[in-house]
Design a protein around this ligand. Structure first.
Ligand code: HPA
Length: 274
């Protein structure tokens, strides 16, 4: 995927939505689909019309939704594509690069994750403080286009503290405990073994999941600040004696949708725009 392809997608969004620039980006994880469609002034654009990769799950057309929240232009990517589906990493990050070129200086990445850390329970919303890339792949491998960012980007503050402070304010406002932790990226699509979960736990991770990290790297490369929020849908393998199932993940995600939505609606107006 070239810089020009991302520019074309960003231009397509401006033309189709009538909003020349957006302020905040949002990537929806499992269970949050449809979040943006009912927001004021929502304009839904088909990912295919923008040249973006289309999720392979039938009945789930990828969309990009532009809307206004408290006077901010919010651009939401619904229909994330995952590395485990067989996509190349530059396709996986095409969507977030488009959010960045559409003007977003901050992007909220949401996901469903397995809980690894002490004290986490299904239903918890957890702010990501940092990540572990355990997949051994990086979206920036290959020729570097300086228009995206530098060859060797610094990743010491991918998820800045001042934005986590804002998440904590929102959690308090909606009556949710504020929790934070490190997110470990594993490829999937199989869930982890109990030994792998013990490994990531000993490395300091609190959550484990199959997304978010390549997107966060691509955004940091472009100088975009990331807010990461994991919904713990289950205790990771071996932490609980129950077998893991995708049905459980989607069920808990469905139950948490109202709370997650309330937190995002409170959070978006608090994000500094400079
Ligand atoms: N592991 C990896 N990804 C996940 C999990 C998990 O336990 N739950 C939701 N996504």
């Amino acid at each position: 995927m070239t810089y020009e392809a991302v520019e074309t997608a960003a231009r397509g969004i401006a033309e189709r939505t009538g909003r020349p620039s957006h302020d905040i980006g949002l990537v929806l994880g499992s269970g949050l689909s449809g979040f943006a469609n009912d927001l004021p002034g929502a304009v839904v654009v088909d990912a295919a019309q923008l040249g973006l990769p289309q999720p392979k799950v039938t009945g789930h057309a990828g969309t990009v939704v532009s809307a206004e929240v408290a006077g901010r232009n919010l651009l939401t990517s619904a229909g994330r594509v995952h590395t485990y589906e067989g996509w190349d990493l530059d396709e996986v990050v095409f969507g977030v690069r488009t959010l960045a070129l559409a003007g977003c200086k901050t992007v909220i990445l949401t996901n469903a994750a397995g809980g690894v850390g002490d004290g986490l329970v299904p239903g918890d919303l957890v702010a990501i403080t940092d990540h572990l890339n355990l997949v051994g792949r990086n979206p920036l491998v290959g020729t570097n286009d300086e228009r995206f960012g530098p060859r060797f980007p610094d990743l010491s503050t991918v998820y800045p503290q001042h934005l986590r402070d804002v998440v904590a304010e929102s959690a308090a406002e909606v009556g949710s405990d504020y929790k934070e932790g490190i997110y470990a990226w594993l490829l999937g699509p199989s869930y982890e073994t109990p030994a792998e979960v013990q490994m990531v736990r000993s490395m300091g991770a609190s959550m484990v999941g199959m997304s978010t990290v390549p997107e966060a790297i691509a955004l940091a490369h472009m100088g975009v600040a990331v807010i990461g929020i994991s919904l713990v849908t289950n205790l990771a393998a071996g932490i609980s004696s129950e077998p893991l199932s995708h049905a459980e993940v989607t069920e808990i995600a469905g139950q948490a949708k109202g709370r997650f939505t309330a937190m995002l609606m409170d959070l978006i107006p608090r994000i500094p725009l400079d």
